[in-house]
Design a protein around this ligand. Structure first.
Ligand code: DGL
Length: 268
């Protein structure tokens, strides 16, 4: 048993979409979350900057004695996981892409046409295609970058026609041309607009990596004998900017009295 918290991080509020699955599947676990809200989005930045930012965050989480770190960001998982594992060998680090790729390889049938949407950096890395092929050669996955979605989500522009138009602007042609019937939400911000996407494309099955990574967390902690027992520790959420939307999302995903929030910046 191990009651230390699990570290989660993302460029902003997207990684919080893992939390409902954590509460549902591993209710004793407590977390320390870091959202780099002042520097979001990462998905259109240079790999050099993403490496620098994510190294600072992991260093900070390690200093909080976390038992495991979840990279709750596809962009960082696509570009920095090897570097982060090498730099911080003292703590297990789990990326969000690998569990989803394994699941696709497992459930994929010959009739399926998989698609993945994500940030520019995630999509241009080709990581979903490569990993899925590695686990199951017979599956093809088509990918599409949707760079304007994250800034709208961080702004809280969700339940309205601007978001719907933006989704259609990206996905309409892609879906028709490729006949996509299963779509991976390859950015942790996208589950926040899952209802919009499902309403616009009711026949498409949506696959959520935030759920898959929590299944892997559970397996890993169980195998290592590191699951938490019931405990009264509080969850901690840090951000480089405590924006109104970040706080709204925290209220949505946590019981108000189980979480503390604070600001933490790695620069002046
Ligand atoms: N939520 C992130 C991801 O999964 C990053 C979004 C961004 O900062 O561009 O890729």
């Amino acid at each position: 048993m191990d009651n230390r918290p699990i570290g989660f991080f993302d460029s902003g509020l997207g990684g919080l979409t893992c939390i409902p699955f954590l509460h549902q599947k591993l209710p004793n676990e407590k977390i320390i979350y870091y959202g780099d809200t002042a520097r979001t989005p990462y998905g259109s930045k240079s790999i050099e900057n993403i490496r620098q930012f994510s190294t600072q965050i992991v260093d900070y989480l390690v200093s909080h004695d976390v038992k495991l770190i979840v990279i709750a960001c596809n962009t960082v998982s696509a570009t920095c996981i090897d570097l982060l594992k090498e730099r911080f060998p003292e703590v297990p680090i789990l990326g969000i892409i690998d569990p989803m790729a394994r699941k696709i390889a497992e459930i994929g049938e010959s009739k399926d046409k998989f698609g993945v949407i994500g940030t520019k950096v995630t999509i241009s890395s080709g990581v979903y295609e490569d990993k899925v092929k590695m686990y199951n050669e017979s599956i093809n996955i088509h990918s599409l970058a949707c760079p304007a979605l994250v800034p709208l989500i961080e702004e809280g522009i969700i339940n309205n026609e601007i978001m719907d138009l933006m989704i259609k602007y990206y996905i309409d042609d892609f879906q028709k041309k490729r006949n996509i019937n299963k779509l991976v939400l390859g950015c942790t911000h996208y589950p926040i607009i899952q209802e919009n996407i499902q309403r616009l494309y009711p026949d498409m099955e949506l696959l959520n990596p935030s759920e898959e990574v929590i299944n892997s967390v559970g397996k890993m902690l169980e195998e290592k004998g590191m699951l938490a027992e019931p405990n009264d520790s509080r969850n901690l959420c840090y951000a480089s900017d405590l924006s109104e939307n970040f706080l709204n999302m925290i209220n949505l995903f946590f019981d108000n009295d189980s979480v503390d929030t604070d600001i933490m910046k790695f620069y002046d």
